[in-house]
Design a protein around this ligand. Structure first.
Ligand code: NAD
Ligand code: IPM
Ligand code: MN
Length: 359
């Protein structure tokens, strides 16, 4: 049966990294006869330029019909001054919300070949394998009321609402515990329950969910301490589960432990395992068009897509092994370069992974 994958390249380095990921996807599609059909759509700044909105109806319709979505990255200075509700990032948030992609998996794994590329000492990160499970369709990102208003004294005030209801917390909790069962069976829930009511409830509900998983150890940590522990002793963590905003911040920090944010893939899943796959990084306007972008996070997102939504763990493993092979060959984009390795461009890195997949 054929499966549809919607490709949304996005902005700045988005199309550059996507071109390499698509080559790899097409190669495994042929090799394993997966019957994947690619469709293409516009999201973010590219959609604003073509249609005036960051998430055109046509893109949303294609997204609803697709089995999986592969996204590059959206946003950048070109659209920083458009109206707030039309920003590229709003398109990304809307597609996550419309498709109910509440479960964001961000695995921070250190490839041993990159121990020298991490900003931490090699012994602190050797063997690192953390899974951040970030709630993606609630919390302060979506809470109402929100806005910028003018007070009676003429001063402006910006405000947002941080809220989570029990069912939102419960479903991300269950996802985290289920995933922990397949790993080291430890869940650390990250909150700020010493200050914020929304996360007092978060902690309570996590405790309740944890009762269904007596085989999984549950611990709790405040987000400020979690940030410190991540850079002090990152290997203490197995699965970290947290809300939308904390997960956004902690996953960028975790990315650096793996050598570069250009190495961190992600999956955003709905209740039925359908999903959108994207690198954790943004559109990197500072390096766009220079062949410097690392395509591996996007290529590894293709592997996650094959594993979690398209049911081909075998093809996923081939891609992951190919990435490891090119690192063994000493190939490095500038973000992961260290002495004694060979610096390559985005396209050269993509071609090398392609060759390894076909070998
Ligand atoms: P960014 O992740 O784009 O870049 C941060 C730093 O990391 C930059 O120095 C960049 O050059 C580097 N970097 C990022 N990806 C890289 C890669 N693949 N290879 C090598 N280096 C890489 O974050 P930013 O600069 O804060 O944001 C830029 C734009 O991207 C903003 O408009 C932001 O809203 C958007 N953004 C989009 C997504 C997404 O689409 N999922 C995620 C994050 C940020
Ligand atoms: C991410 C990004 C997005 C987020 C932005 C671009 C809306 O930073 O996917 O990590 O904050 O979720
Ligand atoms: Mn982010």
């Amino acid at each position: 049966m054929s499966k549809k994958v919607l490709v949304l390249p996005g902005d700045y380095i988005g199309p550059e990294i996507m071109a390499e990921a698509v080559k790899v996807l097409e190669a495994v599609n042929r090799r394993f006869d997966l019957g994947i059909e690619l469709e293409h759509g516009l999201l973010g700044g590219a959609a604003i330029d073509a249609h005036g909105v960051p998430l055109p109806d046509a893109t949303l319709a294609l997204a609803r019909e697709a089995d999986a979505i592969l996204l590059g990255a959206v946003g950048g200075p070109k659209w920083d001054n458009v109206e707030r509700h039309l920003r590229p990032e709003k398109g990304l948030l809307a597609i996550r919300s419309e498709l109910q992609l509440f479960g964001n998996l961000r695995p921070a794994i250190l490839y041993p070949q990159l121990a020298d590329a991490s900003s931490l000492k090699p012994e602190l990160v050797a063997g690192l394998d953390i899974l951040i499970v970030r709630e993606l369709t609630g919390g302060i990102y979506f809470g109402e009321p929100r806005g910028i208003r003018t007070l009676e004294n003429g001063e402006r005030e910006g405000y947002n609402t941080y809220k989570y209801n029990e069912s939102e917390i419960r479903r991300i909790g269950h996802l985290a515990f289920e995933l922990a069962r397949k790993r080291d069976k430890r869940v650390c829930s990250v909150d700020k329950s010493n200050v914020l009511e929304a996360t007092i409830l978060w902690r309570e509900v996590m405790e309740e969910v944890g009762k269904d998983y007596p085989d999984v150890e549950l611990s709790h940590i405040y987000v400020d301490n979690a940030a410190m522990q991540l850079v002090m002793r990152p290997k203490q963590f197995d699965v970290m589960v947290t809300g939308n905003m904390f997960g956004d911040i902690l996953s960028d920090a975790a990315a650096m432990l793996t050598g570069s944010i250009g190495m961190l893939p992600s999956a955003s899943l709905d209740q039925n395992g359908r999903g959108m796959y994207e690198p954790c990084h943004g559109s990197a306007p500072d390096i766009a068009g220079e062949g410097k972008a690392n395509p591996l996070a996007t290529i590894l997102s293709v592997a996650m897509m094959l594993r979690y939504t398209l049911g081909s763990a075998e093809a996923a493993e081939v891609i992951e092994r190919a990435v490891s092979d090119v690192l063994d060959q000493g190939l490095r984009t500038p973000d992961i370069y260290s002495e004694g390795t060979r610096q390559v461009t985005t396209v050269e890195m993509g071609e090398a992974v392609l060759a390894a997949v076909q070998a």
